[in-house]
Design a protein around this ligand. Sequence first.
Ligand code: PEP
Ligand code: MN
Length: 338
Amino acid sequence: MIIVLRPEATKSHADDLLSRIESLGLRPLYMPGTERVVLGAIGDERVLERLHLENHPMVETVTHILAPYKLVSREMHPHDTLVSIGGAAVGGSQFVVIAGPCSVETREQMGRTARAVASAGAVALRGGAYKPRTSPYSFQGLGLKGLEILREVSDETGLPAVTEVVEVTDVELVERYADAFQCGARNMQNFRLLKALGQSRKPVILKRGMAARIEDLLLAAEYILAEGNPNVILCERGIQTFETATRNTLDLNAIPVIKQKSHLPVIVDPSHGTGLRELVPPMAKAAAAAGADGLLIEVHCAPEEALSDGRQSLYPRQFATMMEELAPFVRAAGKTLA
Ligand code: PEP
Ligand code: MN
């Protein structure tokens, strides 16, 4: 950490700050210049947060050297982390595709969709039982019944089950039925939910909030890791911008940025990222080319009848074609389609 003092700061102000830095176990540095005094703190500067040095009237600026997140950071953990969803490894050299409908609707809908995505090469099945909807009048999900259907179909097809949890009080129940939690965009900064997910050891697919910076996403993941759950997969799903041609703006920059800053796997959801099924395959390929570790794709056996997100859901045949066309992009990025 670099601390620049105001021009009127005296030697005694500097000494006071240096001793506070030293009291927390860091090595203080005193660097007097011709016009300003600069102080340094060597060691894990995150402990200095407690001192709130930026509030000191003689401190002009505080510049952090380390990322504010520690466990999530590549600085601390240079190698890629692999997260296993019911036996399917996400991260490293693997490229995985998780697919299924937005919502669990019926046993038949889940069965038909799951068999289709399994035969096209998906490694896990998605389907929401608790749906966070913009309107209270929209389909809210089947709740427990949805979890039961998802589990049954998951067991029948051998595809691990991924489903969203929206409330702290549902974490235990969802954990009994799912192989991985999805923490949705609207809950990315529900810090109590993040802490509860950190108490579990099941993988968490943490989706980027629609107005969240990449740093906010990484700090949200830090909440989960700090509670002891290392199994976090980050998911870029588009952010809200001034653009109205698509539902969201899929920020593929996030992939290489996150890869630089963190060791956690990154997957991309081009379904919510675009909102339009015809845009899903091209953006899925772009995500693979940019180095993503996988995809989360909405597929429905009959999208025209879907109770949520039908417009962005692929028909099973489209999904199968997309999987075939994806292969060269995955290979070009140096990965293997799992
Ligand atoms: C979903 O995956 O269906 C969903 C609600 O996603 P998000 O949280 O990204 O909006
Ligand atoms: Mn959806």
